[in-house]
Ligand binder design. Structure first.
Ligand code: ATP
Ligand code: MG
Length: 726
């Protein structure tokens, strides 16, 4: 069969095996994802209906790519597959089945921010004043518990009942109650509610078991308890289940992922067969050897071999920088050099960091050096305030019970409905068991609210009703444009005419194009379809390969992807591995797996960078280099020279020439020509190495404030300090 032509023997065996449950355990780049796509194509060629195959992935982007791939193998039929992330597939099922759980099918999906805001409201309503209880902390804990399928009642039974525990349980219960009343679900509910449904309604369960004749799961090592439960519940007759994963790449235990799911597979799925793939097609021998030398330091591991026919390739380059600005600059220069020497496109290059805040220095340098870049993750488009404001309108039109969204827009744009009045309306609503939306129509009964404000509320409610009436008559694109026009939000931002307001203006315009685009590609789609899609978009999904630019992302979001050239930055203790007081070895091991994931994304070349000092938490911190650097097989890595501006990337075709390169201090040993400045690194005879934080005054009276590596911050008179620049 043609589909099997581009696979090796082991891959073909895995594709052809259909006698029962099976798991493919194999290292990075060995073709696990490729086996999945080919297997799906194979099943369809053999006569299985695409609509009876359920394929679960970790990101929407991965799902889209897989679908494209399958389409290229078997054509348009691939459209009918049930393929997507756990969250998107089960939110779709919940749309159909919501009423069986007491919800309406137009339920809203709350993202983390919405959940935090709901928790915050509950904390203030319940008048809880405990330092240990913050909205963020509580939301985090609730999500963690939900991920482990622990309800408030379960938690109550097992946990010590300290005062703060009891309060927490109270909030957790109220949170679930309010979600239900708002006809809303949070992210975790999208997995928990289907489990509840399947466990309580065997008719529905059997219906879906009959629909799904085959279940396939990619990145299986990162499934959590709830996801595992769903796979088990739905696993079709004769257990046609195929999962693929690599325990060495399990990086989500902090979000409740259970590596045990991999180890238990054989136990839970009787007669499960295990397949292994050992040939890596992605990386050079050098990169594989380096990755192997890293992961060997972990104790808990399913033994695996990985080899490749690819070339040895280049050594890994290690670059030391003086600080984060210098690190970013060094990277920018390398990128320019790589582009010309290897004739690559910017899309071929990715820069990974461990924590989001590292991106700022990189962005600054790339802007200065005119290197186009895109950020995956970070403040994601759909999480921006102005975008969320508009979405809140759409959500209320779709689900007027969604109180969080309604509160968000009640006085936005300003229409003279203040917080006090809103609080009174809510109290009234609770007393009479009404929704806030219903209360708006009866606001005249809320005597504490001033007459003028009552009118504003009524007015606003009529506006909402008008658009609720229109929502089935117009396309989502038309509806949004008409609504925004009437609200005057765009005009408002334009007239404000500040950099900030104009950026918001642009973002809303961008949202309008996204909506219109959606309406065009999905002409039959409803407002609910659009909102569901938007709610489930994660940072990594927005990234568009067509735009030529380097990619910046956290290591977590790089999972499953590959790039010819990869920079892994911030290889310093407390950053990568991230500081977590390694009280548990398992935490360090997870950081190491994360580093393994980073390395194995690269096809041709890896750069590792670290800085000796870094601005963190508002001050300059001296950093020591990551233990991971020293764990790498020394035969695979070389320390690189600093790349000075004079040598690199001066007039590249791809870039507008950028005349003045910023010169890092250490390059200039000629002290006569150069005076001290903030950021300079210096040596003092007594205090040793330090970095200038501040310079005051001039001439003989000039004082410098220096943060010394070992002696803390000191202020000295320049004249007597006898500092040497380094
Ligand atoms: P990861 O663990 O990072 O998710 P993976 O095991 O899913 O990796 P794939 O992404 O499927 O690996 O494959 C890695 C690369 O190797 C891809 O570019 C893929 O197209 C290529 N590849 C896999 N198998 C073959 C093969 N038999 N012939 C040629 N190329 C292959
Ligand atoms: Mg993969």
């Amino acid at each position: 069969m043609k589909i099997l032509n581009s696979l090796n023997k082991e891959q073909i065996e895995a594709v052809e095996y259909n006698a029962g449950p099976h798991m493919i355990v194999a290292g990075a780049g060995s073709g696990k994802t490729r086996v999945l796509t080919h297997k799906i194509a194979y099943l369809i060629e053999k006569g299985m209906e695409p609509s009876s195959i359920l394929a679960l992935t970790f990101t929407n982007k991965a799902a889209k790519e897989m679908k494209e791939r399958i389409k290229s193998l078997i054509g348009k039929k691939a459209e009918e597959l049930w393929m997507g992330t756990f969250h998107s597939i089960f939110s779709r099922i919940l749309r159909i089945e919501a009423e069986k759980l007491g919800y309406k099918s137009n339920y809203s999906i709350y993202d983390r921010e919405d959940s935090v805001s709901l928790v915050g409201n509950i904390i203030s309503n319940l008048n809880i004043n405990l330092e240990s209880i913050t909205a963020n902390g509580v939301q985090h804990k609730i999500s963690f518990l939900k991920n482990q399928m622990i309800s408030p009642e379960d938690y109550e039974k097992t946990s010590y009942s300290t005062a703060s525990d009891r309060k927490f349980v109270e909030i957790y219960k109220e949170y679930n109650k309010r979600l239900f009343e708002n006809n809303s679900m949070d992210f975790d509910d999208l997995l928990l509610k289907p489990i509840e449904l399947f466990n309580t309604n065997s008719k529905v369960l059997n219906y879906y078991k009959k629909i799904f004749k085959y279940i396939l799961v990619d990145e299986y090592q990162d499934t959590n308890i709830a996801q595992y439960e769903l796979i088990k519940l739905l696993s079709p007759a004769k257990d046609k289940v195929c999962v693929v994963g690599d325990d060495a790449q399990s990086i989500y235990s902090w979000r409740g992922a259970e590596i045990k799911n991999m180890l238990n597979f054989k136990k839970d799925f009787k007669g499960a067969k295990i397949f292994r793939l050992e040939q890596n097609y992605r990386s050079t021998k050098t990169i594989l050897a380096a990755a192997d030398s890293i992961i060997k330091n972990n104790t808990e591991q399913i033994p695996k071999t990985l080899w490749t026919e690819n070339n040895d390739g280049e050594l890994i380059s290690l670059i030391r920088a003086s600080d984060e600005k210098d690190e970013a600059l060094q990277i920018a220069r390398r990128i320019k050099k790589e582009i010309t020497t290897r004739k690559l496109s910017l899309n071929d290059i990715a820069i990974f960091y461990r924590i989001n805040s590292q991106s700022r220095a990189l962005e600054d340098a790339f802007r200065r050096e005119k290197i186009p870049y895109k950020i995956v993750g970070g403040v994601e488009f759909y999480r921006r305030k102005e975008v969320k404001d508009v979405l809140a309108y759409l959500r209320v039109l779709s689900n007027p019970n969604d109180e969080e969204s309604l509160l968000r827009i009640m006085n936005f744009p300003q229409r003279g409905i203040g917080n006090t009045s809103i609080t009174r309306m809510i109290a009234f609503a609770r007393k009479l068991n009404l929704s806030l939306y219903q209360t708006m129509m009866r606001v005249f009964e809320v005597i504490e609210v001033k007459e003028r404000i009552q009118k504003n509320v009524k007015h606003f409610r009529l506006l909402l009703d008008k658009y609720i009436g229109l929502k089935d008559k117009l396309s989502v694109g038309e509806l949004t444009s008409a609504l925004l026009d009437e609200l005057g939000i765009l005009r408002m931002y334009k007239e404000e005419n500040t950099a900030d307001s104009l950026a918001r203006y642009d973002n809303i315009q961008e949202l309008i194009s996204a909506v219109q685009d959606f309406s065009k590609t999905n002409p039959k789609a409803t407002l609910e379809d659009f909102l569901a899609e938007v709610s489930l978009i994660a940072g990594v999904d927005q990234y568009d390969e067509k735009v030529n630019s380097v990619t910046l992302m956290t290591v977590h979001s790089a999972k499953g992807l590959e790039f010819p050239i990869v920079f892994i930055t911030g290889l310093e203790e407390d950053i990568f591995p991230l500081s977590q007081k390694f009280d548990q070895d398992s935490r360090l091991e997870e950081e190491r797996r994360l580093f393994y994931v980073a390395l194995t994304r690269a096809k041709e070349k890896v750069y590792l960078t670290y800085a000796r000092s870094r601005y963190r938490f508002g001050e300059v911190a001296y950093q020591s280099r990551s233990r991971f650097i020293d764990e790498i097989d020394p035969n695979t890595i070389e320390e690189n020279e600093f790349l000075s501006g004079k040598k690199a990337g001066r007039k590249r075709k791809n870039f507008e020439s950028n005349d003045e390169f910023y010169q890092p201090d250490y390059e200039d040993f000629d002290q006569e020509r150069r005076s001290l400045r903030v950021g300079s690194r210096v040596v003092h005879q007594v205090f040793g190495m330090g970095k200038i934080q501040q310079i005051n005054g001039s001439g003989d009276m000039q004082k410098v404030t220096i943060a010394f590596e070992n002696y803390g911050v000191k202020q000295l008179l320049t004249k007597f300090a006898n500092l040497k620049l380094i």
